[in-house]
Ligand binder design. Structure first.
Ligand SMILES: [Zn+2]
Length: 173
């Protein structure tokens, strides 16, 4: 059946603005990554940046009150590296087990830019549906290459959110 682009939701475009890849839109890639991580602890090292970047690129699927902490965690990752992020994330988990009320201990994250209020970005230069999936795997060319791609997505995520704020500030005058 013929259908024009204007009819109904466009199944080839994700709500982050990305075009679908061979696996589908970003949520299909995200679920694929989470499944492969379960069987591959080395790949699972990038779990925190994957989750933060995915939710910040698709804020309608996220809990709004956690997005600011997730935005700051991504900045810490880009600033200090994966080991530093893992230390902070492990601390958060231990803290939650002790029944702390808020999900994120903001002390290590206080230095970073807060999430801009209002609108969210409509475009990211690197997206989940753009990740290569070969031979049934996201890490067919090695974990370092995979980690580098996740870092690029994290950079693109922070960059676009920062540009939202810059746009709002210039319009606010
Ligand atoms: Zn998307």
């Amino acid at each position: 059946m013929l259908q024009t682009m204007a009819d109904g939701p466009n199944m080839d475009q994700c709500d982050c603005g990305a075009i679908a890849g061979p696996l589908g839109v970003c949520v299909d890639y995200y679920h694929g990554i989470l499944a492969e991580e379960q069987a591959d602890p080395r790949m699972g090292r990038w779990h925190a940046p994957v989750v933060c970047a995915y939710l910040l690129q698709h804020p309608s699927r996220a809990h709004e009150k956690y997005l600011d902490g997730q935005f700051r965690l991504l900045q810490l990752y880009l600033d200090k590296g994966l080991d530093a992020l893992l230390r902070v994330a492990a601390h958060q988990v231990a803290r939650n087990k002790h029944g702390a009320r808020s999900s994120y201990d903001m002390a290590p994250l206080a230095a970073y830019t807060p999430l801009p209020p209002g609108g969210s970005p409509s475009h990211f230069r690197a997206t989940f549906s753009g990740l290569p999936f070969r031979e049934g795997s996201f890490v067919s060319d090695g974990h370092l290459a995979y980690g580098h791609r996740i870092e690029t997505i994290a950079e693109a995520t922070v960059e676009s959110w920062r540009s939202v704020r810059a746009t709002q500030e210039s319009q606010g005058r």
